[in-house]
Design a protein around this ligand. Structure first.
Ligand code: NAP
Length: 289
């Protein structure tokens, strides 16, 4: 395993990139690497104190420029404001990482209709709000652009106990593929990443509180036997943001150590059979042949 930065120095030089939910977790990790590669960064979310603290730490760590802007992705006017202040500070906007999300792990019948709406509004509408507002601007100004959307592997398998999130992420994936075709003529490129388990406060401590994270240890569900390192995701995101991936459009790249396929393969649960039993089965087959 390698956990150093993968791209060439300056691979994102002078690119202005907006990262939603960029003050914490994976958004912060990807944003930090974009800065290391020479980008100007804009981080947005609801909690301005968190954003400002993160921006300060990122600038100290990388020497790059970070603008923190408060924005609830559900509110289109706030989204338009992010674009306005970004242009005032950095000029042209080159790329967008739709990373902000909310989720509830719960039997679906226990959720209120409002809880359902909240997740759909943040994940699906938040992503479409930012993509539409920026896409309109790029098209009107005849500027090229790159959009990267963070989805999940259950965007295509579906999953119990996270149904609003599954519906919303499936919608984001549909938007990614649809606009990859429709907007290619405007030189707007659109891809997605589906991460498997990567430890973060938001996805782990909040979603699986207390002992639950030990009981349902996500690493045990991953064929390669571990969870992801943030830099591994950041390397992939930086590649998909950069011109090195100019021919990749409408793709979703899974980075999950094989997790979702293990759940999907009809015989994969035979992993639980110990070696001695395989020896026995082979010996029995041998006798018959
Ligand atoms: P996280 O730290 O909780 O990130 C979520 C971010 O979204 C936070 O910064 C939060 O900031 C922001 N956010 C939430 N509601 C918002 C709203 N209404 N408007 C604007 N921003 C909002 O969790 P994470 O694990 O890094 O997740 C990042 C992305 O990776 C998500 O899209 C998630 O679905 C995806 N993902 C993560 C994993 C994993 O294992 N970690 C696996 C698969 C997919 P505020 O609270 O300040 O608004």
């Amino acid at each position: 395993m390698r956990t150093d930065g993968m791209l060439k120095e300056g691979a994102l030089k002078d690119q202005t990139i907006i990262v939603t939910g960029g003050g914490t977790g994976l958004g912060r990790a990807m944003g930090t690497y974009f800065l290391e590669l020479g980008a100007n960064l804009v981080i947005t979310s609801r909690k301005i104190e968190v954003l400002e603290q993160t921006a300060k730490e990122m600038e100290a760590q990388t020497g790059g420029k970070v603008l923190a802007v408060q924005c609830d992705v559900r509110d289109y006017e706030q989204v338009e404001n992010v674009l306005k202040v970004t242009e005032e500070r950095f000029g042209q906007i080159h790329a967008l990482l739709n990373n902000a999300a909310g989720n509830f792990i719960s039997p679906t019948e226990r959720l209120s209709n409002r809880a359902f709406d909240t997740v759909i509004d943040i994940v699906l509408k938040g992503t479409t709000n930012f993509t539409l507002a920026l896409g309109k601007k790029w098209i009107a100004n005849k500027q090229p652009g790159t959009v990267l959307n963070i989805v999940t592997t259950y965007a295509w398998t579906g999953s119990g106990y996270v149904v609003p999130s599954a519906c919303a992420k499936a919608g984001v994936l549909a938007m990614t593929r649809s606009l990859a075709v429709e907007w290619a003529k405007y030189k707007i490129r659109m891809n997605a990443i589906a991460p498997g388990p990567f430890p973060t406060e938001g996805a782990w401590s909040r979603l699986l509180p207390g002992d639950l994270v030990k009981k349902f240890d996500p690493a045990k569900l991953v064929p390669v036997g571990r969870v992801g390192e943030h830099q591994e995701l950041a390397n992939l995101a930086a590649y998909l943001m950069s011109d090195y991936s100019a021919y990749v459009n409408g793709e979703v790249v899974t980075i999950d150590g094989g997790e979702w396929l293990q759940g999907a393969g009809e015989f994969s649960h035979l992993e639980k059979i110990p070696q001695e039993m395989w020896d026995m089965l082979e010996a029995q087959r041998g006798k018959k042949q």
